[in-house]
Write a protein that binds this ligand. Structure first.
Ligand SMILES: C[S@@+](CC[C@H](N)C(=O)[O-])C[C@H]1O[C@@H](n2cnc3c(N)ncnc32)[C@H](O)[C@@H]1O
Length: 251
């Protein structure tokens, strides 16, 4: 029997690929990983379209209890493990994949769009992004994202900040939270890596019809009211004139 890792895309129940959909329809058990990202629709829409009950898989189930649940089931059943976005854009899923391989469980992978590629809509060229960094909820003494930005800037690269999910909600930290955090670290470090005048790109609900992309200086975006949902922040590095032209669409 097989454990299928299926990316279901960024927005709603219709973003799954035909290949992924066919595998879900055939599956005996369907898990939806529910802690690294959130789909922009009600889970009941997925259940209705797939005609399957979905088991929400939290971090504990995937990282600690998978041997007794997901992997145990996959020894005798067809199991679909659904991931919002693409499958291997969060490190934790490679761990599950490797554990399945080690146990001799047959696996299959169906890819989909990820936030890591959807940011291409801004016009910033994907191959000019440097290291991606994540801003955690508990960031009181955390300065790594600032350091990553600093190194990316030295290398003329763009920086994508992905933002931790707020516990018990379908929202991540907001673009505003991310800017406030970076300004706070700047106050402490004073290295002029991120100031009120730093150009920022705030992205919300990429891949949906009501996605928001806003370009402006940090202090301008701080005043914007972004809607709830999945947010990320980009700080552009050195830009080609075509990239500058694309960002004008969102000013
Ligand atoms: C671990 S990452 C994404 C992993 C996911 N498997 C993928 O391929 O997109 C999750 C973070 O990316 C950002 N993100 C995810 N989807 C997004 C979207 N549609 N629009 C904006 N940001 C998004 C949020 O900051 C969220 O907390």
């Amino acid at each position: 029997m097989t454990l299928y890792f299926i990316g279901i895309g960024l927005n709603d129940e219709k973003d799954i690929s035909v290949k992924g959909f066919e595998l879900v329809k055939k599956a005996d058990v369907v898990y939806l990983e529910n802690y690294t990202s959130k789909i922009n629709c009600n889970i009941s829409y997925l259940e209705e379209l797939y005609g399957k009950k979905i088991v929400l898989a939290d971090r504990k189930l995937v990282e600690m209890d998978a041997e007794k649940t997901i992997l145990e089931n996959a020894k005798t059943k067809e199991v679909a493990f659904l991931v919002v976005g693409d499958v291997f854009s969060a490190t934790t899923h490679m761990d599950l994949y490797l554990r399945a391989k080690k146990m001799g469980i047959k696996t299959g992978v169906v890819h989909n769009a990820s936030v890591l590629t959807a940011v291409g809509i801004t016009g910033l060229q994907l191959y000019k992004f440097g290291k991606v960094t994540s801003i955690p909820i508990d960031n009181e003494n955390v300065e790594t994202p600032y350091d990553v930005l600093k190194v990316n800037q030295q290398n003329n690269m763009h920086t994508l900040f992905i933002l931790d999910l707020k516990e018990g909600s379908n929202n991540s930290l907001s673009v505003n939270d991310a800017i406030r955090y970076l300004l706070k670290v700047e106050m402490k470090r004073g290295e002029r890596v991120f100031t009120d005048n730093t150009l920022c790109v705030g992205c919300v609900k990429l891949g949906s019809l009501d996605q928001i992309i806003k370009v402006g200086k940090a202090n301008e975006l701080l005043r914007c009211n972004f809607k709830n949902g999945m947010h990320c922040l980009i700080v552009p590095g050195k830009m080609h004139f075509m990239e500058e032209g694309s960002l004008k669409l969102y000013q």
